[in-house]
Design a protein around this ligand. Sequence first.
Ligand code: HEC
Length: 140
Amino acid sequence: MTKPQIWVASFLMLFVILFILGRVTKEDEVLRKSPPSGMLGQSEQVSTENLSGMELMSVFGCADCHGTDLKGTTKGPELKNIADHFSRQELINYLRNPSSFMNSERFKKYREQYPQMLMPSFNNKDVKDLGKIADYLLSR
Ligand code: HEC
């Protein structure tokens, strides 16, 4: 290489190095600006999408009262033969608003059996998630 060629080449190298350095620091800033994933308020909502009905039931705490195997606890009844009593739509409605079903004989008995406990309403949950839970309960 002649002397001018060496000059040109080293200038080019300098530009390339500055360009790369610029990129690296920019990416650093972007990374630092994004909040840690655990602090995203929406993360809980997003993550239910891939959960099955059975998994959703443990996430929503149904097992606290109905038992991990859904055989019932002192806080809530066993969940069995659900399909004998509810259609899919009725079951979703029930989960959203259990008190509207209170007047049937079956529920009057539950009131006596679990005087301290009420089935909570899950009307703040995504209907799609409740649908998955309904499908799971109706297929058992
Ligand atoms: C705080 C305790 C508690 C939790 C949590 C709870 N349940 Fe219940 N559940 C009850 C009680 C008690 C009853 C009986 C009806 C009543 O007294 O309100 C009941 C009744 C039911 C019934 C009607 C059973 C039947 O024989 O018709 C279904 C279905 C049901 N729960 C599903 C669920 C699902 C699904 C979840 C979670 C998304 C859940 N429950 C969470 C306490 C609970």
